[in-house]
Design a protein around this ligand. Structure first.
Ligand code: GUN
Length: 294
């Protein structure tokens, strides 16, 4: 058996077209959705992600802007920038790229962003809304993208044993909240595993749906997977590879070559969850703009 690939690139492309259609519809009301990304410092990986976000928002017909601030920016200066964006009516979505330099407290910055413009879904108000099932907040883009992948690939989550490996605030915890709620892509029985879990393989082998979000290269191997399971790999790691010009290659948290013979469906890395994150960011931004109409 070889698992069917869940094509995140193609599904993300469909969502981007849906978003572009929404942008056209909003234009009739005189609204251009605006997304401002704030990048502090010169971390190379962050600069690449931010460039991709700006490009995608422009391609969808939005007003995409990036504010690049020096690494020496103080927390007070960054909060002033956020406050200016909070009151700017042309800015519907604000995203402060993480990680921030160590002299800035990320939680303070996140709490400063207006929840109505927090298209990352990181603000405590939005996290709380997700947990109690209110649909007028914003959901963190990566877990929201995973649900879209499951739903659009025809995976029935109802009553399924879903096991999440990783308990981060950005992926693991919101992922659990989405899978457990009583709507499409939910109604699963959810287990969260983490670094202190005893006998990780015992849990992963019970999973009908296994979500790997640990951030450790190829940690989940085929023998840890139940035959026929759906495997979603959120990992984005680099591994030494002498055959590549860079000397490294991108890999997930799942050891793909062993997992692909056990799972029924699996996401590749790259081309699985990654492209969905930006697609969901664009969708959140369009929703932020739409809500200003109401
Ligand atoms: N850094 C890596 N991924 C993300 C993300 O989704 N949002 C923000 N704000 N920073 C990130």
């Amino acid at each position: 058996m070889r698992a069917e690939l869940i094509d995140g690139k193609a599904i993300a492309e469909t969502i981007r077209h849906e978003v572009a259609a929404d942008v056209t519809r909003l234009a009739a009301h005189g609204i251009i959705p605006g997304l401002t990304v704030v990048l502090v410092g010169d971390d190379a990986a962050s600069a690449t992600y931010v460039g991709a976000k700006e490009k995608a928002s422009k391609a969808a017909g939005m007003q995409g802007e990036t504010l690049r601030l020096p690494a020496s920016t103080t927390q007070a200066e960054l909060l002033t920038v956020v406050e200016r964006l909070n009151v700017d009516p042309s800015v519907h979505g604000i995203l402060v790229q993480m990680p921030l330099p160590s002299h800035i407290d990320p939680d303070t910055v996140i709490r400063h962003i207006l929840p109505e413009k927090d298209v990352d879904g990181f603000h405590p108000v939005n996290v709380g809304k997700l947990l109690i099932g209110h649909t007028d907040g914003f959901v963190s883009c990566t877990p929201a993208g995973v649900i879209e992948l499951l739903v659009r690939s025809g995976v029935d989550t109802r009553g399924a044993e879903a096991v999440i490996v990783g308990r981060s605030n950005i992926v693991g915890k919101p992922m659990a909240a989405l899978l457990v709620q009583g709507r499409a892509g939910g109604d699963a029985t959810v287990t969260i595993c983490h670094s202190r879990t005893k006998d990780l393989a015992f849990h992963t082998r019970r999973a009908d749906i296994l979500i790997a979000a640990i951030g450790r290269a190829e940690m989940i191997t085929g023998d840890m997977i139940k035959p026929g399971a759906v495997v979603i790999d959120v990992g984005m790691n680099t591994k030494p590879d002498a055959t590549k010009a860079k000397g490294t290659r991108l890999c997930g948290d799942v050891h793909f070559e062993s997992a692909v013979h056990v799972a029924s469906k699996i996401t590749p890395v790259p081309g699985g969850v990654g492209p969905m994150t930006i697609a969901m960011l664009l969708r959140n931004t369009v929703r932020a703009a739409e809500r200003t109409l109401a």
